[in-house]
Write a protein of this length. Structure first.
Length: 147
């Protein structure tokens, strides 16, 4: 990905603060025209600087019943380029982190049941390049500073 310029960084900061801002508000914040802002956002999406527009459900909304951390190790010679594209198409895989050490990726998986988790885990295990999958089901959240 090419380097972000100051206007790109302004747009990303504004979206990070409030992703529901209108295109006009974003343009005003970055000092750009509406069409220039729209083109920059499209380019940022294409380059992967903007991965998704999402919401975080409030406490009143139904949370997933099952949450697990899934540790993935690759076969020798395989890397994130081989595996992550498969994972990004799985909506229950809500986060994916590269790690140093014996585990190559750590995934946060959220679903409605243990049966769903088992199905997702099996789908991950058959991705070309995946050597091992270890699943750690969470029991309780003591605190969560995200969002």
């Amino acid at each position: 990905m090419t380097e972000l310029d100051e206007k790109d960084r302004l747009l990303l900061a504004a979206l990070h603060k409030d992703s529901r801002q209108s295109l006009v508000a974003l343009a005003r914040h970055a000092g750009l025209s509406r069409s220039a802002t729209q083109e920059r956002l499209r380019r940022l999406e294409t380059r992967g600087a903007i991965a998704a527009y999402t919401i975080r459900l409030g406490a009143e909304q139904k949370a997933p019943m099952v949450r697990a951390l899934v540790a993935v190790a690759f076969h020798p010679g395989k890397n994130c380029d081989h595996v992550v594209p498969h994972l990004s198409g799985m909506p229950h895989v809500v986060s994916c982190w590269s790690l140093a050490g014996a585990t190559d990726l750590m995934l946060l998986v959220e679903c409605d049941s243990n049966d769903d988790l088992d199905m997702i885990r099996r789908r991950i295990a058959i991705i070309p390049g995946v050597a091992t999958v270890q699943t750690h089901v969470t029991l309780r959240t003591h605190f969560d500073r995200r969002g």
